[in-house]
Design a binder for this molecule. Structure first.
Ligand code: DI6
Ligand code: FE
Length: 406
């Protein structure tokens, strides 16, 4: 089919890892061409099949020889907005204190809550900016950011506004998740149900009115929220038309994967203790498994998530940094991809799909991002590497040659 409009720009001679499933590994096209028009991908395929009419006098042509092009990277699970850090807790853990012990003693998440409540929106933006810059420097163009270190109406709103402000300041796509159900705040100690009531009655309506949340998340765990509490929260989220996701089965098998699947969650995240039954429920619901090897390594976990079950049942696996001050002080998505291979035995192809195609699914964005195919947004990275597997092979530190955004 000849093209009636020449493309704005064309990359040719590069390898293209389209990350489309079903064909070559990595959806690879060895000697490819990629044309963009009006911020969208107009055509992608083998260079020798380039349709007539695609190149016009105004088309900018880029020589991609010796390069690989991938979709831009997507970090689909972060808590990158927070104040202060928890290096002292890390040190104490290496001295023998467990992650749960720190939490039960009022440290853990609640120590970051104390610091974050004292910070203004501008201070939170300033604290998160260098962390986000490290992701951007690796070719990340889409990032999910959770609230959950405020746990009052005002400070949760402040966190979410800071997340939106970061997206505007960096000119990138930020998807926000409201994680009011991250920990029970001190004012509600021993009254978790009353806190969930407060989330449902006061917080959700306020942030929905300001359009501050793209999804609702919760931490289902013995040290956090129970299944009945999460059910009440998710029912309220759905009443507001918001999709849900869940921190599930991270430290114990609480049936979190099944619970997330029951609500048609976009994703269930962590999943170290997920049962085969939970994996099957996720497959049926199309819920993505978000694997977080940074948290696994940092809390000193020993049971990896059931990757073989996810594969067997066809559960899509995304990989993310979980960037947060307690369980995953990591600002490198490529490092997360590497650790997903080293610690969870993902293949490099699965890991790269995990930070592109599957991450897009986990955020509900696959109609426009995550793979390189005609019609999707022109959001991609040009790498000077010999093969896309290198992106998961190096332990971080690979930098894009260029990043193209719509
Ligand atoms: N699980 C996690 O790994 C993060 N939140 C959660 O629910 C950790 C948050 C923290 O320790 O600050
Ligand atoms: Fe998390």
């Amino acid at each position: 089919m000849p093209f009636s409009h020449p493309a704005d720009a064309l990359w040719q001679g590069a390898g293209i890892a389209t990350m489309q499933p079903g064909g070559q590994p990595y959806g690879a096209i060895e000697d490819g061409a990629l044309a963009i028009s009006g911020g969208h991908i107009a055509w992608v395929g083998e260079r020798q099949n380039l349709p007539p009419g695609l190149i016009g006098p105004a088309t900018r042509i880029h020589d991609g020889a010796g390069r690989w092009i991938t979709p831009s990277l997507i970090d689909c699970h972060t808590h990158i907005v927070f104040a202060d850090n928890r290096a002292a807790e890390f040190e104490a853990r290496l001295g023998g204190q467990s992650y749960e012990e720190a939490a039960r003693q009022g440290g853990g998440i609640l120590s970051t809550v104390r610091a974050t409540r004292g910070a203004s929106e501008a201070e939170l933006v300033a604290a998160a900016t260098p962390r986000l810059a490290r992701l951007i420097a690796e070719g990340v163009r889409t990032v999910e950011i959770k609230s959950g270190y405020g746990l009052t109406l005002e400070s949760e709103l402040t966190m979410l506004r800071a997340a939106r402000a970061l997206g505007r300041a960096q000119n990138m796509e930020v998807r926000t998740s409201f994680l009011g159900a991250h920990a029970v705040p001190p004012e509600f100690a021993g009254r978790a149900d009353a806190y969930v009531d407060h989330i449902i009655a006061d917080m959700l309506p306020a942030l929905a009115a300001e359009n501050l949340a793209d999804a609702v998340d919760a931490f289902a765990e013995t040290i956090a929220f129970s299944t009945p509490q999460v059910i009440r929260l998710f029912e309220a989220a759905h009443r507001h038309g918001l999709p849900v996701k869940l921190h599930a089965d991270q430290l114990t098998d609480g049936g979190g994967a099944r619970l997330a699947a029951h609500f048609g969650a976009l994703s269930a995240d962590h999943l170290e203790y997920t049962s085969p039954d939970g994996a099957r429920a996720m497959a049926r619901a199309g819920t993505v498994a978000v694997l977080l090897p940074g948290a696994y390594a940092t809390v000193g976990a020993t049971q990896p998530p059931p990757v073989a079950e996810f594969r067997a049942h066809g559960v899509g696996m995304a990989v993310a940094t979980d960037c947060n001050p307690g369980s995953s002080p990591m600002c490198s998505l490529l490092m997360a991809a590497n650790l997903a291979c080293a610690l969870f035995r993902l293949t490099p192809e699965e890991a790269l799909a995990g930070i592109t195609r599957q991450a897009a699914r986990a955020l509900g964005l696959s109609a426009r991002l995550g793979t390189l195919e005609a019609g999707k947004e022109a959001s991609f990275v040009v790498w000077k590497i010999g093969h896309p597997r290198e992106l998961a092979y190096w332990m971080g530190g690979v930098s894009p040659e260029s990043v193209v955004t719509p």
